[in-house]
Design a protein around this ligand. Structure first.
Ligand SMILES: Cc1cc2nc3c(=O)[nH]c(=O)nc-3n(C[C@H](O)[C@H](O)[C@H](O)COP(=O)(O)OP(=O)(O)OC[C@H]3O[C@@H](n4cnc5c(N)ncnc54)[C@H](O)[C@@H]3O)c2cc1C
Length: 507
């Protein structure tokens, strides 16, 4: 792992991830534009290592490859298009190249075309500017009680293996290998095309509610000798199709308030769609959050301002009974984001009967984080939010949501804090984030140790590695099966970096 390194400024090969917490100085950053260039690159790179970059939105050192080669795919083309929708044997599909962002996949799915219906994914993340291939390769997800992760939608993958050949996997031709291929962290080769299963475009009714934490999570177990009540959360999750929960430290004392977003499919026509927020708070968010990250005196007013803004916007939407819009407008609700550190864990929700689940893990995990944030509030360990999304389990071998129990669910819970990306002094950056790192390490004893969660590959799990052996969180056979395929495609570890090798995952 390389935290930001101040000595390499000006090096033309210096690469920094989106959040700014990682840097890499490879020998070369190469930008292939076609399949034949990717194949030639791989063939001439024997004995070296290659790590492929999407848009660098990962917070963990998946890509860092000092002294070796980074492969940047933003110039990759294949004719005039980067993404296109199509139909095959009764399936609605979208294919895209590794240069495509989610916004380009969205546009390909929804652009008017008299010969094809409009389509969309059943679930996505919140930000359209992320590279779609990197999102899938890292096992990423959105929300949806009856949806799987986005990687589970993969219908076909084309990649160039260490032999320089194009290998094609699909549900139709290689179904046995799909559980290994979907979530691969770029360790099988360079992906040159992905195809996902999609469905006819649908509208969503978006409701935004601000409510007392207890009305969703039940009473705080700290106040009840450990007793919890789960019926409100269970009802919320099982009676709505898509739920997201946020807790912001500015939302007050006594457990504060939850901003609850819920989306349900509807046949209603679009109405009351709010304008994209573009007030000064939005325009200045990056600068203000970065600057205040190293100036704790400003935290209290900034956190109150952030919460009041969210609260007022949610209330304005709710005053109209929510709004109705096509799914992409509702799911891509974040136009921009400011630099953060973020650790996310997939926490199991076991099914207990027909239509019932034990969400006790989630209530306890939520309060474990909340109670830590209150206890150490003077240090500001959590400066952005606590966030929860919900999906079905995944049968992809390396998905943090992996389970053979297909009707279980997982809660993807994350702790986010602002990161002072442009602060030049590494000591100040480290000091600003020390309370956050102390929080994630303490809370993970509950989320991972007690509740058997698994960290999201693309989030900040490198900071908990000294305390957590990630491989031990998966069934042994998952890595065995994955590595059987990986060794076939890459016998000499061309697509590994030192960080991944050190974790003893890919043997
Ligand atoms: C603001 C923000 C919002 C986010 N929202 C979400 C969210 O809603 N849900 C969620 O689950 N995550 C979310 N994330 C995490 C993010 O989606 C992941 O980091 C994702 O992997 C980003 O894709 P990327 O291409 O930018 O990643 P990169 O860091 O560039 O790559 C991720 C992985 O994919 C591999 N890869 C990329 N392209 C290829 C290729 N062509 N061939 C082979 N391997 C490849 C890389 O080697 C790496 O292992 C968010 C991150 C940020 C910063």
């Amino acid at each position: 792992m390389n935290d930001q390194n101040d000595n390499d400024d000006g090096n033309e090969n210096r690469w920094t991830n989106w959040a700014g917490n990682l840097t890499s100085v490879p020998d070369e950053i190469t930008r292939p534009t076609s399949l034949s260039e990717v194949q030639a690159l791989v063939k001439r790179s024997a004995g070296t290592t290659l790590r492929t970059i999407g848009t660098g939105h990962s917070f963990s050192p998946l890509i860092v490859n000092n002294g070796e080669t980074l492969v940047e795919m933003s110039r990759y083309v294949d004719g005039p298009r980067k993404a296109w929708r199509w139909q095959h044997k009764g399936l609605d599909l979208v294919s895209f190249l590794p240069s495509a962002l989610w916004s380009e996949v969205r546009d390909a799915l929804t652009a008017p075309d008299p010969s094809l219906p409009q389509m969309y994914l059943s679930s996505t993340g919140a930000l359209a500017s992320i590279n779609a291939t990197g999102f899938v390769a890292a096992g990423c997800h959105g929300t949806g009680w009856n949806q799987q992760t986005v990687s589970d939608l993969v219908y076909a993958v084309e990649l160039v293996g260490a032999d320089g050949q194009l290998h094609v996997f699909s549900e139709e031709t290689t179904p046995a290998e799909m559980p290994a291929v979907r979530v691969n962290l770029g360790t099988l080769g360079i992906i040159t095309k992905l195809t996902l299963r999609v469905e006819p475009l649908y509208n969503l009714h978006d409701e935004e509610i601000v409510t007392a934490t207890e009305s969703v999570m039940g009473p705080n177990p700290n106040a009840t000798d450990g007793e919890i009540r789960t019926e409100n959360l269970h009802k919320l999750l099982t009676e709505n199709e898509y739920v997201e929960l946020f807790w912001f430290p500015g939302s007050g004392y006594n457990n504060g308030q939850i901003w609850l977003k819920k989306f349900n499919r509807t046949q209603d026509e679009p109405r009351d769609v709010p304008l994209r927020p573009d007030g000064w708070v939005d325009k200045m968010a990056t600068q203000v959050m970065e600057w205040t990250a190293t100036h704790p005196l400003f935290w209290t007013p900034i956190l109150s301002l952030a919460w009041n803004t969210i609260h007022d916007r949610a209330q304005a939407i709710q005053a109209k009974g929510g709004f109705v819009a096509p799914a992409p407008r509702v799911m891509f609700y974040a136009d921009q984001a400011f630099p953060i550190l973020d650790l996310e864990v997939a926490i199991p929700i076991p099914q207990t009967g027909a239509g019932t689940w034990d969400v006790g893990n989630i209530v306890r995990a939520w309060y474990a984080a909340l109670n830590y944030a209150y206890k150490f509030q003077g240090d500001f360990p959590l400066t952005t939010c606590l966030h929860a999304r919900f999906t079905k389990t995944s049968q992809s071998l390396l998905s943090p949501a992996f389970s053979t129990a297909t009707e279980d669910r997982v809660c993807w819970m994350e702790i986010l804090s602002a990161y002072p990306k442009s602060e030049p002094d590494a000591g100040k950056r480290a000091a600003a984030m020390a309370p956050h790192l102390a929080m994630i390490n303490t809370v993970m004893a509950d989320w991972i140790g007690t509740r058997h969660g698994r960290p999201h590959w693309a989030k900040n799990w490198q900071y908990i590695v000294p305390h957590v052996k990630v491989k031990s969180l998966y069934p042994d056979q998952n890595f065995q099966k994955f590595n059987d395929l990986r060794r076939r495609l890459d016998p000499h570890g061309m697509f590994l970096n030192p960080f991944l090798s050190q974790q003893e995952l890919f043997t």
